[in-house]
Design a binder for this molecule. Sequence first.
Ligand SMILES: [Cu+2]
Length: 417
Amino acid sequence: MARVLLVVVTLAALVASGCLNVGSLTGASAGVAGTSLADQMLQHPPGFDTVPTGITREFDLYLFNITMEVYPGAKMGMWAFSLDDNPAHATVPGPTLRANEGDRVLVHFHPEIAGYNHTIHWHGMDVPWTMDGVPFVTQKPVEPGTTFDYDFIAKPAGTYWYHCHVDAAHHVDMGMYGAFIVDPAPSHPDPHYDKEFLVMLGAMDRFHLEGGQPATGNLPESGDPNEYAQWGERQASDVLNRNPAITGPETGTPLNPQRNWTQVTYQPYTPVYNTFTIDGMSFPYTPVLVVQNDTVVRLRVINTANIDMGLHLHGHHLLVTHRDGVLLQSPYWVDTLTLGPGERYDVYVKMDNPGMWELHDHIGGHDANDNIFPGGAMTMLCYVGIEGCNDTGMGGMPMRSGDLVNWRWNQLWMSLP
Ligand SMILES: [Cu+2]
């Protein structure tokens, strides 16, 4: 109601002030708001009516080296976020952060990986520019052992994600990403759903993360020996590009205005994407989506990869309700989604076709582990009541897709004449 009123009031004000743009033949409309739908939308962009709630959500976000077995035999050295200072709690994707629209969000970022600097970028959210996490533009990169506080109001409502913005493609591939969900204010709730799932799509270079060698359990601490070896050299050249004449070391040394970027360019990063993931894992380790018949399920799909990723659900239609966090004025039906890097789609699905259904990336090769099928960004959606499909419940580890498929494989084998 508040939004409708505001539009009416705004239009009335435009008429009263004589600012209505009558036709375009006269030109000279620059700077004057017209009456097209686009004009109206531009006056009311996402989050324009967010009201601060007065509530603060505070998080500590640590960063550690971990080794993850992404699919059988594929142990990768990764950089993982944790909500506490225990590396055993660090995960890829990082913990899901959640707030209500209008909450103040305070994130204390503590990177703990020697040799690398990082930032956190809040992709798609309306944060003050000094909180945007772009190294050398909005802040100094955060050095290991130090803390940087991100402080902003959660808005607009929607499905977002956070990721490192230092050498971003590289550091995100190393695992530095997680979801950020902003729930809408009660004045404009989302369409009803009974259960939601986060579906975070990712792509990695297995051999990059294994240092070019088969997994041995003796991975370099960083997971990346090439970059590690060049870190000292890079730091040295960075120092050379600061101007010590401007200020002393105690007060910091601003960058030389004539900084030679080629001297501090990061190690060339040319990944060969051969590992495709859902929630950090490849089939058969991907988590299964367990659903109840006659319910509405919401999938929050986020493409964290540096390449296009897709999603196809068998046996159902997907109603696309939100794109990049924003509720669409005209939701539409699909059965296959393609997401560019960084994009998010929210889809609602009516669960009305009980069974065991494949949910997978339809792009060629994304259903394989280093080109060996089956694998990659593939999992199952199954209904409670189908034998072999069970939900471990709140707080439990989700069942893995391979367990379900193994059960089904045995069942089919036993039924052979
Ligand atoms: Cu980083």
